[in-house]
Structure formats: C-alpha cells, structure tokens
Design a protein around this ligand. Structure first.
Ligand code: TRP
Ligand code: SF4
Length: 345
C-alpha cells in the first residue's frame, strides 16, 4: 500500500495548487491545535490556494443528538481561525452543510468502499472504541462512513495537499483508495491527495497527558483570559520529587518546562533548564515566568478574537462568502464526476 505523506517543510510553494484542511466544530480551539495545525495554516495560506472546512456535517456523525453544540461551535471555530491570523482574503473558510455537492459525492463514493474496509480503518476503530457510550453495541452507518464523506470533502476541491495530524493518516489513505477506484472504473477524473504532516506533532496537556482536550480538562484555549491561564499554569504538573526550592530538579519530567519550550525563547529555556537542575530556581517563579510567556504569545490572538466576538455579522459574512466561493468549485467537480459516471442529464 502506498501511503503517500510528506513533511510540511518539504513542500514547494505553488499558488496553483490547493490545500484543504478541516475541523469538526465541537469545541473551541486550544494551543494543541495552535502548534499542531493553526500556525502552519497561517504560513501555508501564502504558498497555496488554501481552503478550511468547518465540518459541521461530520461533527454531527458523533453529535447527532446535540445539534446545539455543533451550531454554537461553528462561529467559535471561525473566530479562532481569524484570531490566529487566517486571512479571509487569502484563505477560503467554508461551511460543509452548505455544500450539498459534498453529500452527493459521498453517496456516489459509498459504492466504492466496503463495510469491512471501513471497519478496518484504524482511526475509525479507535474512535468507535472511545464512543461506546454513544453507540452502544452497534455504530451508526453515518459514523462508520465518515471517511467516505471526508474523501468527498477533499476531492470536491481537487486538493493536492491535506495537512493533518498523525491520527488522520488512515483517512487520507482511504480517500486515495476511493480516488483510484473511481478513476479506474469511470476514467481519470479525480486527484489523489497527499497528506502533509505538521512538524510539531501532538502537544501534551498541562497534566502530562499525551493528549490535550476538552474532555480531559487539561487544555489552554486560545480564548482563555489571563486569570484562566494563571490558574491553569499554577496547577500544572512539575517535578514532584522537588520539595525545597534548592532541591535539584529534573525539567524533563516537568510540564512547566515542556511549555517553556513552546512559549519562551531558546536562550532563556536553556537557562531555566540549568537553574532547575542546580536547584537555583523556584517552581512558583518558574510558573510565573511561563504565564508571562504564554500571555505574550496569546495576547494579540485574544485581542483579535475579542474584535470578532463584538462583530458576529462580520464573522458570518466571512463564512458565507467563503462558502459561496467554495460551492462554485464543488459544482465544477460535480459536473466532471457526473459526466464520468454517465449521470450528465
Ligand atoms: N476529521 C478531521 C478531524 O477530526 C476534520 C476534517 C473534516 C478534515 N474534513 C476534513 C480534515 C478534510 C482534513 C480534510 O480533525
Ligand atoms: Fe519545573 Fe521550573 Fe520547577 Fe524546574 S523549576 S521543576 S522547570 S517548574
């Protein structure tokens, strides 16, 4: 199986190529998203024609019983994107549910994938195991099939590159398989997308958990205010073996140090490491310094977010005009697909 994937620093800028990424609107974005994907999206928008999908239909596959949650988070996600520097003049931000061509394409693709293949998809498998409470003994047809719908998201826009985290690779691979099958049956119509891995990988939670997330309660949100950041950092896990200020510490088991690496300049991080090891640094002071570094980075983001929070209509306009533009492209793809499938009545 060839699972083509490349690193973000290895792709050559080319404005004639498209990038597509997406997020399920199920919660506000946190700094795990920021380092894992948002920062690179801001860079990529100058190098490619960039599309960001707010995947509300996909969010419903495991939140079908909670439509309010999905709806509320649509504008939250858009504001998060704009706050970090996604520029609507460069990037098309659009809403999945307003592009019916994606749903139509999903139906056509569903003939090209077997149930067994979907059940074998590692991402789907893991997620089903995590969602026992929602699905009970048997998973829904919609959830099992969401990789098919994601393949429709990607191919509707003829995307060349799809920047994703490690956990999404099986979905891109499945998309590539669908494309190959489609092209072999109906003639060459679709492009096989390439997964682009972010160099940062996954950011750990403040509690040392491998993953940062809302349900885990260990995340720093882009929308967190200064007081919230302070509380969270003050509760972060440090080297528990240190009792007195002059006990030598081990920064490598300390989450405060881990976060200094993300937010504080390199020279100072070296200094923190040395001082900690020599027992010349108190954890409280170290945490205070981290709070300052985080606030320095998040302040402009927070301010920009506040601007959009005051202007819901502007946020809506950005999403709607992006969606209109995206729909034009999806329509063109649908025309080609229908022609190949002999459905061009
Ligand atoms: N499945 C992705 C996630 O949970 C979100 C997503 C939806 C996506 N459509 C996409 C990602 C298309 C990349 C391309 O994060
Ligand atoms: Fe962590 Fe800083 Fe305390 Fe060392 S001094 S254990 S790096 S918080």
């Amino acid at each position: 199986m060839d699972d083509e994937k490349i690193k973000i620093e290895d792709i050559k800028p080319d404005k004639s190529l498209r990038i597509l990424t997406g997020d399920r609107p199920t919660g506000k974005l946190h700094i795990g998203h920021y380092f894992g994907s948002l920062k690179s999206r801001v860079e990529l928008q100058d190098k490619f024609e960039t599309f960001i999908e707010v995947a509300d239909v996909q969010a419903l596959t495991d939140n079908f019983n909670n439509p309010d949650k999905v709806k509320q988070n649509v504008s939250q996600i858009v504001m998060d994107e704009l706050a970090v520097g996604i520029d609507p003049n460069k990037t098309t931000i659009f809403l999945q549910s307003l592009i019916p061509e994606i749903a139509e394409l999903t139906v056509f693709y569903s003939n090209l994938v077997t149930i067994a293949r979907l059940q074998r998809n590692p991402t789907v498998k893991t997620e089903i195991a995590q969602k026992r409470e929602l699905f009970g003994e048997s998973v829904t047809y919609g959830f099992l099939g969401y990789p098919v719908s994601q393949a429709a998201d990607i191919t509707s826009f003829d995307a060349t590159y799809v920047p994703v985290g490690e956990d999404q690779l099986p979905l891109i691979e499945q998309c590539r398989e669908i494309v190959r099958k489609f092209n072999s049956i109906y003639g060459k119509t679709l492009r096989e997308p390439i997964a682009v891995l972010s160099s940062n990988g996954r950011i750990k939670g403040l509690d040392g958990n491998e993953k940062m997330g809302k349900s885990l309660g260990n995340a720093i949100y882009l929308s967190d205010d200064e007081t919230t950041i302070k509380e969270k950092v003050m509760n972060a896990v440090t080297d528990k073996n240190r009792i007195k200020k002059d006990d030598p510490g081990n920064p490598n088991i300390c989450m405060v140090y881990y976060y200094h690496n993300l937010f504080t300049n390199k020279e100072e991080v070296k200094n923190i490491c040395e001082e900690c090891k020599k027992g010349k640094r108190g954890c409280v002071a170290c945490k205070k310094q981290l709070i300052e570094s985080i606030n320095n980075e998040l302040k402009p983001i927070r301010d920009k977010r506040a601007y959009y929070e005051q202007r819901p209509n502007e946020v809506k306009d950005i999403l709607m005009s992006g969606t209109n533009h995206a729909r034009e492209i999806a329509k063109e793809t649908m025309k080609k697909v229908k022609k190949s499938m002999k459905l061009d009545y």
